[in-house]
Design a protein around this ligand. Structure first.
Ligand code: NAD
Length: 336
């Protein structure tokens, strides 16, 4: 495989690919030569490129992992699909729904697999909560609160986030809305309020969304990068899922508490740190490995990955609906 975009978050992709035995990193590419060369050196890739077109012309790849920012995804996917190379693309898939759809259609027409790097639902504490639900411990869920509230300075590692007119919903909310979809299913209507608290950034940094799901369930998805509180919980997502027989709570400090038929159990679900992961990022870093492992496993079994392009269009539609709701002040109905 090859990796395109050797920036901030791609380091986690590289560490993860390097630890999956079935995968060989053949080439890396970044238009910044220093970043491409550093990735080549640190992860033993045979070749480094600064031009993706040149790389696709020279290499024989099974798949490519695109970890650039969203403005470049469509053009890179078109190059990969033209060569019959399967594709993983970082979230957000593209700056508009139309371009996301083009990415999905391009891959379908070329017959290449497409997975979106939507990793939050693969965080091991979230997987543990999803397992408790799938095991029937609380029965059918009718309410979910998925919450990510932090004051962490994300702008030092990812300076481009401070200048985007749309910030928290498209960057972080997309993950939390995706987790909510994985738990509660598709949405029917949505209402969202946004706030812009930090005057040094261009976009909204708090978003509170209420969702009515197609099967009648209700969710509240709240995200904030303006929450000043100690201990700083970054980057934990907390969950409360209520069902007919009990409640699943993923609490701060990585505690999973399940009330089931009047009995309570509680366990620690914090992931161990790996040789290349560091607290507090470890939960995110490990989810990259879990997601990449899922790509390899589903490919071998010839199954669709959970976060296929088609699946991810539904998450992207929630983000766009949330912006429409916040801008219009009204409830938005999602297309079937
Ligand atoms: P970054 O700017 O640090 O890295 C992007 C890299 O891509 C840069 O080195 C840039 O030179 C390179 N690049 C851009 N266009 C290119 C092209 N056409 N060809 C080759 N190289 C190109 O950005 P980042 O913070 O690492 O974010 C990258 C993506 O990862 C974004 O879509 C972001 O939303 C996503 N991200 C996801 C998570 C997550 O948890 N899933 C976390 C952080 C970032």
């Amino acid at each position: 495989m090859a990796l395109i975009g050797c920036g901030f978050f791609a380091q986690n992709h590289l560490h993860s690919w390097a630890s999956i035995p079935e995968v060989e990193i053949v080439a890396v590419c970044d238009r910044d030569a220093a970043k491409a060369e550093a990735a080549q050196k640190n992860f033993g890739a045979a070749r480094a490129y600064t031009d993706a077109a040149e790389m696709f012309a020279a290499e024989k790849l099974d798949f490519v992992d695109i970890a650039t920012t969203m403005q470049t995804h469509l053009a890179l996917v078109e190059m990969a699909a033209a060569q019959g190379v399967h594709v993983i693309v970082q979230k957000p898939l593209a700056p508009s729904f139309e371009d996301c759809q083009k990415i999905v259609d391009t891959c379908a027409q070329a017959g290449v697999r497409l997975m979106v790097h939507e990793n939050f639902r693969f965080q091991s504490p979230i997987l543990a909560a999803r397992r408790a639900l799938a095991d029937g411990r609380i029965g059918k869920p009718h309410y979910c609160q998925a919450s990510f509230r932090s004051g962490y300075d994300v702008f030092s590692g990812q300076p481009y986030l401070a200048t985007e007119k749309r910030f928290i919903l498209i960057d972080l909310g997309i993950h939390i809305l995706d987790v909510c979809r994985a738990i509660m299913g598709e949405a029917e209507t949505l209402y969202c309020l946004t706030q812009h608290i930090n005057p040094k950034i261009a976009g909204e940094d708090v978003a509170t969304t209420m969702i009515r799901h197609r099967d009648g369930g209700v969710s509240v998805v709240d995200c904030s990068y303006a929450s000043r509180r100690l201990p700083e919980p970054f980057p934990q997502t907390v969950l409360r899922i209520e069902g007919e027989h009990g409640t699943i709570e993923l609490l701060e400090g990585y505690r999973l508490r399940v009330t089931s038929h009047g009995q309570v159990t509680e366990e620690g679900v914090e992931p161990e740190t790996l040789s290349w992961t560091q607290k507090p990022w470890h939960v995110l870093q490990e989810s990259v490995l879990n997601l990449q492992r899922h790509w390899v496993d589903t490919w071998r079994k010839e199954e669709m990955p959970e976060t296929s392009g088609t699946d991810n269009l539904q998450t992207y539609a929630l983000v766009m609906a949330a912006y429409r709701s916040a801008e219009s002040g009204s409830v938005v109905t999602l297309a079937a």
